[in-house]
Design a protein around this ligand. Sequence first.
Ligand code: MN
Length: 272
Amino acid sequence: MPTILVTNDDGVHAPGLLALKQALSAIAEVLVLAPERNWSASGHSKTMHKPLRVHEVTLADGTPAFSSSGGPTDCVALAAEGVLGKRPDLVVSGINNGYNMGSDITYSGTVACALEATIYGIPGIAISTAAAKRSPIDVALLHPMAGRYARLVVERVLAEGLPPDTLLNVNVPAVAPSNLKGIEITRQGKRRYKDELIKREDPYGQPYYWLGGLGVIDFPDDGTDVGAIANGFVSVTPIGLDYTRHGFLSTLAEWHLQPEHPSQDRDEESHV
Ligand code: MN
């Protein structure tokens, strides 16, 4: 039986994590190590200057799990380095409370967990669905449905493997199970957040700022994660650790960024 690390960025007691754990327990030994608090939108962070604590906790269904004082990707690194006594064969992160599509994936701790796994040479999958507050259907229906799709994708990844430095970013639409259209393989799409700068004053007369959510504009282009979710499909996007814009390399080379006399710079440096 494979060993799967289930983690998230919403915190170890988030309902989505429990749903994911329960969905995967039938096909794998599931180890849970997740942050002790909500780290949503913390991206790919690393704790470098303080120690990390790991504690045993009990999930809402009475099963044991581990929490860490570190962030989401710290949890993956801890598990990959053997803190749970066993290196996982696969890392599955979620089920996140909120979609991770388009530029979300650069902020997402959920996706960063899968990315961290790929750095350790372990296949990673991120699973997200609508935020409970915004979901038109009850999470009591939504989470088990997302869990079933997570299991489906996990089974295929266990059978096929993933290329190096590649993760799968999965989003499950908040539609009634009978309205779900199936799975679409997609590319990363576009969403834009309408943030407002709110300036207020603290009790000591000092200003503070709040970048506030006026909502999000989705661009539901065909073939994208955003488009698939808008049309009621589960979106599965392969994402790479390599951020290079390969198509721009040759144009950039033609900029001739080279200084005219590189050796002169070296000489000046040596005289400092
Ligand atoms: Mn989250």
